[in-house]
Structure formats: C-alpha cells, structure tokens
Design a protein around this ligand. Sequence first.
Ligand code: ZN
Ligand code: ZN
Length: 143
Amino acid sequence: MSDLLERLRGRGWRMTSQRRVVAEVLDGDHVHLTADEVHARAALLLPEIARATVYNTLGELVAIGEVAEVSVQGRVKRFDPNAHHPHQHLVCTRCGTIRDVHATGLPADLPPEERFGFTVSAVEVTYRGLCPACAAGAGRTRS
Ligand SMILES: [Zn+2]
Ligand SMILES: [Zn+2]
C-alpha cells in the first residue's frame, strides 16, 4: 500500500496546497499516471493548478526518491508513488494497463559468472501479456 502523503509529511516536505494535491492524486496502489493525467486529476481538486507546477512537483518528488518513474516500451513516462516498496510490473501489451505485482523468489537472479565483476544493486523485471479485458477483445486502445 502507498503512504506517499505520510512519507512526505514525515520528511518535512514543504506542503503547499498545490503540492498536496499532486501528492494526493498520486497516492494509492497500482497508480501509474502520466504527467498529463496527474495534471487532469489535480485540476479537478484545484482548478487553478498550473501544468508547470505539476511537472515541477513531479520532478522534485522523483529527485528526492519518493516517486519512481516507470517507462514501458516507448510509451509515455508514468509516475509510481510506491518508490519505497520494491515491486515488479505486469503490463498489458495492448492497452498499457500496469499492475504492481510482487514476485516470489528472484526471477532475474544473475549467476556470478554473468555479473562481469559488477556489484548488482537493483533489478527491473516486467511481466508482459494481455489484461483480461484485452484478452476478451474489449480492451481500450491507449497511446
Ligand atoms: Zn489490456
Ligand atoms: Zn508500480
């Protein structure tokens, strides 16, 4: 579960009404919004919020490590509030729906002879396939 707002309060992030709205929109599970989606939802809560403010706030949240950027195969970048909870993504190759998933075991364990002397600190695994709606032929088409 996401606790973005609590984490930001806990670290003393300067919480203006505009920044709070951006954090509120991002808070939750399975949240992977594009910057434009964040702006659209934030504007429902705070109509005067500027797009540039949303973009700047997102950039800052990523810079301080509270929000992760998710890039999936040439699609537009998305923002994930669960930066502190290691997880993998299950991605629909047709409509782009993304779910947070937690694999059991290490799906991408790299044997020592394949590490070329690197100290490996992180691994990214993406599971791809069709979501139930697309598999049933009812999925939406997204860019
Ligand atoms: Zn789909
Ligand atoms: Zn995620």
